[in-house]
Design a protein around this ligand. Sequence first.
Ligand code: SF4
Length: 395
Amino acid sequence: MSKHVSIDIRVPVENDNPAIRRIESLCIRCGQCKEVCKKEISVGHHYDLLKTEDTAICIHCGQCVNVCPTGALVERQDWMEVADVIKSGKKKVVAITSPSVRVGLGEEFGMEAGSYVEKQMVAALRSVGVNYVFDTTFAADLTIMEEASELIDRIQNKKPLPQFTSCCPAWIKFVETYYPQLLPNISSSKSPISMFAPTIKTWFAKKEGIAPEDIYIVAITPCTAKKFEITREEFHDAANYHHTQGYRDYDKVVTTKELANWLRAENLDLTSVGESDYDSLMPRGSGAGVIFGNTGGVMEAAVRSAYYFLTNEQPGDDLLKLEAIRGLAGVREASVTIADIPVRVAVVHGTDNARKFIAHMEETKTHYDFVEVMTCPGGCIGGGGQPKHIGEDMQ
Ligand code: SF4
């Protein structure tokens, strides 16, 4: 028998993975990583090492990290490099923080799950030496504006529908791997963090009089897949803008759990670090941007924005409270009317649910206009970099 066939695909992670590390000595062969990769993410049983020449396919969502009871799977610990850069004093370090981090971090310091610790988190980042701290909600608004404008353009100009959201990098790799025929349907908008970094290394750099190559940007996210996203070939727009080479839009991504590790290493406790406000790049983000972290949030925000673009009026309660797409069912659907245009939307979380949704959509030829897909159970709030809830059912 070929050596390929005898390999047990216990863990779909190689140690050159840009997002996740495997510590073989801690593995107790419980197989929970394999189960979640198969059942929720629908990756683990959809490749064959014979065909992929021993390359394990990983979309970097980190759900295996979330269920590993021993710490044999962990996100890459990139915070140490950020700490070294700060200590060197050679760069201006900018941190941007995603919405889900401020409701996840407190749990790592013994607070109740879901505690809102925005000001303590900002104070902690200043205490470890970060020079500027910005709220990613600002960039979430940029993404929503782009997604909503694109949706209107696709509907009005008969371009490919449905438009699938593009802000989840694990979902994008899932589509690239298994459904390349759907790539024309993926929104052309970059994710919030991938819009934010070039804004900082161009507009903000000029405003503050800092050379862009002297700015070091770390995104603090709930997401292990963002570590992969920032390594993608496409993301060096700031350098392109400045007609130069040698730096990328992002320098590092650090997860919620990593930030907690970093603070503990610096002997900082979130409960006693004090409070601080974000730096202001531009006026604060909207309520639409804040709901990005929950499954359904992108959809809801984009539908509201599309309504405003088309009517120049604020949406009514029916759009502000899209009850049918709230909640945690794996697939939720709704029909809404935006300026007399009927729009069919769906919200999917978990890529196994996405696989089933696509099969159903193709088999029944059901028309959808806009579909949000997030890889992690519950959306980014359940990301692979968030505090672990071993044994809890995330559904
Ligand atoms: Fe990252 Fe959110 Fe996608 Fe999970 S759902 S992989 S946290 S972007």
